[in-house]
Design a protein. Structure first.
Lengths: 143, 509
């Protein structure tokens, strides 16, 4: 069933892609093919393969229980927040928070995850910024 | 002899303090990444590209660093196969079959040593193969026009799934998805924006590094989050390593095996759609047919030497089409292609004439890396086995954060980080559906080159689409592409199930 849904979504994606290709505004200076042809060919391949996937589905993948899905969603949200906070509070603090969270959710103890977070953040800062001179996000305190 | 003098020039370029240090660092990091389950060669190289890039290394030094990682990962994959019966990366799967039984018999050290030697033999001779074969391929490639290149790209996509692919529809889906993503941004030929929906950040197109790191590295983090109650916390028991020097008789016994496996592996690496996994698989099966007297699968050293020589030879072989044609044949070489492209170097026939320093410096570095790896992998193997004990709950946050640092270092843009997270989630979902990720990467890398070759070919011929199939060379390429795409539909299931059966039969012992 999953594969059938996947195929239908793929098909919709290809239809959307063709529509988006058709509304590309052509420039008055164009080559013989133009900017639309290749994307439309690709969308056709995408659509055809989606139809095949939907018609001949593979065995059902093992979906994780809802809790595990929420786990992944939560991690994505934390990473997203991380990307927003990075320029605001600086690399060190943002990274401690994100790495601690990930370590905790991957099964570390509370103390262990705080140590992992601190170690990761400061380790990366020392190696990449102080030793190698990579520019990292600066926070209000300059780090 | 032209080749040898170029090679000597290459050594002159490669032997500087900076390059040697980078090679050493690359070998070390590569071995670790290959050894850690969950971080394969593609992941390893993918995480390090943005770093090499932001550190402002030149073209040759960054290539030296990253190909050392690539070779190192190929060496490293065997360590966890032998000690833990968990392949560190996919090509090392076959090494479990005889490596783990050897470890259980208390011969772990000998297994590690003989596989290290086999890896060395495989990649050493494959690098020689690369030196002699690549310039020949360049001669053919110089005959290619835009239409032939378009066909060649199609061939690469059609065969990328490999002979062991079980669902070609999903490979095609992945390739189309990647190509579709590459179309986002301003069209290079007419200057009109495509698929940007007014988002200014998208005008430059999606950075393929963002896609690569997201799909490979971040999706791995999600996979571990999902399985954290399962194998992530699997107890690892210490294995007695034993003596690290194999007896002479064992080396002697394995020599013919290594040489045969090297030849087969190299061939598998050069051919489109085969790659290192298949290289180690066919090497092992051939040896089993040739010399097995009932000892294979129970800890026969030849069963360790064959797949290791095979996969390392394939790794070298896979560099041939990547350097000579600019069309990678495997996942990791696709990632290496990304390195070249982001350094503004276009691989392909012209690379050998325009940037001979890059090519030959790289090849010389491969030789140097090989010797370093041999030296590192035999006496220092104990160090790597200790690193193996780092649990994923510590490792994965580091991987995630290093990925973020790398991408942020390139662009300093929050938007890119968010796109990367999106790719991470996409990669997780697609892995669940068994959709291969490599064609997506290759699509985002080659999409624009493929399109512009097609448009150039047709424009040269005044808008005649038949020009794409007009020359014997192009027709041949199309024919190979079609056969390569259809063949797995017929035989893929058989080969895949055979690979699995071999694997399972060893686990049940």
């Amino acid at each position: 069933m999953s594969d059938r849904i996947f195929g239908v979504i793929g098909l919709l994606l290809s239809v959307f892609y063709i529509w988006a290709a058709l509304i590309i505004e052509e420039s008055f200076l164009s080559d013989a093919v133009g900017p639309k042809a290749f994307p439309i060919i690709i969308a056709c391949v995408l659509g055809l393969s989606s139809i095949v996937i939907a018609l001949r589905p593979d065995p059902e993948p093992v979906w994780p229980p809802l809790g595990q899905l929420a786990e992944i969603a939560a991690a994505a949200v934390v990473m997203f927040l991380y990307s927003m906070l990075l320029p605001e509070i600086g690399f060190i603090f943002a990274t401690i928070l994100a790495a601690t969270y990930l370590a905790w959710r991957l099964g570390s103890t509370l103390l262990g995850s705080v140590l992992t977070g601190l170690g990761t953040s400061i380790g990366i800062y020392v190696i990449f910024h102080l030793v190698l001179g990579l520019s990292l996000a600066r926070g209000p305190f300059g780090f | 002899m032209d080749t040898l003098s170029s090679l000597a020039d290459g050594f002159a370029i490669a032997i500087t303090w900076e390059n040697m240090l980078l090679a050493l660092l690359g070998c070390f990091l590569g071995t670790i990444m290959g050894a850690l389950p969950g971080l394969g060669p593609s992941n390893g190289v993918a995480i390090l590209i943005p770093l090499a890039f932001t550190l402002g290394l030149g073209a040759t030094p960054s290539l030296i660093l990253l190909t050392s990682v690539y070779y190192g990962a190929m060496y490293g994959g065997r360590i966890s196969s032998i000690l833990l019966n968990i392949p560190g990366d996919e090509p090392a799967m076959m090494t479990c079959l005889d490596g783990y039984p050897m470890a259980q018999k208390g011969q772990a050290g000998e297994a590690l040593a003989i596989s290290g030697i086999a890896s060395f033999v495989g990649s050493f001779f494959a690098t020689w193969g690369l030196i002699f074969l690549a310039p020949q391929l360049v001669k053919i490639a110089l005959l290619f026009g835009p239409a032939e290149y378009f066909a060649l790209f199609a061939l690469a996509f059609a065969t990328l799934g490999g002979v062991s692919s079980t669902n070609q529809a999903k490979s095609a889906f992945a390739a189309a998805l990647g190509l579709g993503l590459a179309m986002i941004g301003v069209d290079t030929q007419t200057g009109v924006p495509r698929f940007t929906f007014g988002e200014v950040h998208l005008y430059d197109g999606l950075d393929f590094l963002v896609a690569i790191v997201g799909l490979f590295a971040l999706s791995e983090v999600f996979i571990f989050l999902e399985h954290r109650h399962g194998n992530a916390d699997a107890a690892k028991k210490a294995v007695v390593i034993g003596r690290l020097t194999p007896p002479m008789s064992m080396i002697k016994q394995c020599t013919p095996t290594m040489l045969r496996a090297t030849f087969l592996g190299f061939l598998a690496g050069v051919l489109p759609g085969a790659g290192a996994s298949l290289g180690s698989f066919i090497s092992y099966s051939m040896e089993k047919k040739l010399v097995d007297k009932g000892t294979f699968g129970k800890g026969d050293p030849r069963g360790v030497a064959a797949p290791e020589a095979g996969n390392n030879a394939a790794a070298g072989g896979a560099l041939v089409p990547m350097l000579a044609l600019g069309v990678p044949g495997s996942g990791t070489t696709a990632v290496l292609l990304a390195v070249l492209l982001s350094l503004n170097i276009t691989p392909g026939p012209l690379l050998f004439t325009q940037n001979p320093d890059v090519v030959w410096g790289l090849i010389a570095a491969l030789f140097i890396a090989n010797f370093m790896l041999l030296a590192m992998n035999i006496p220092m193997v104990g160090l790597f086995t200790r690193i193996l004990m780092v649990p994923p709950k510590v490792l994965m946050p580091i991987v995630a954060m290093v990925s973020f640092v790398g991408i942020y270092g390139i662009s300093g843009s929050t938007f890119d980080l968010q796109v990367m997270i999106g790719f991470g989630l996409l990669g997780w979902v697609l892995r669940k559906f068994d959709v291969p990720l490599v064609p997506i990467i290759l699509g985002t890398l080659l999409g624009n080159a493929m399109e512009s070759n097609m448009r150039r070919a047709i424009t040269i011929d005044n808008g005649d689409w038949w020009t794409l199939v007009d020359s014997p060379l192009a027709l041949t390429l199309w024919a190979i592409a079609i056969i390569g795409f259809i063949l797995p539909v017929l035989v893929g299931k058989v080969i895949k199930s055979k690979m699995r059966r071999d694997d399972e039969s060893s686990l049940s012992d």
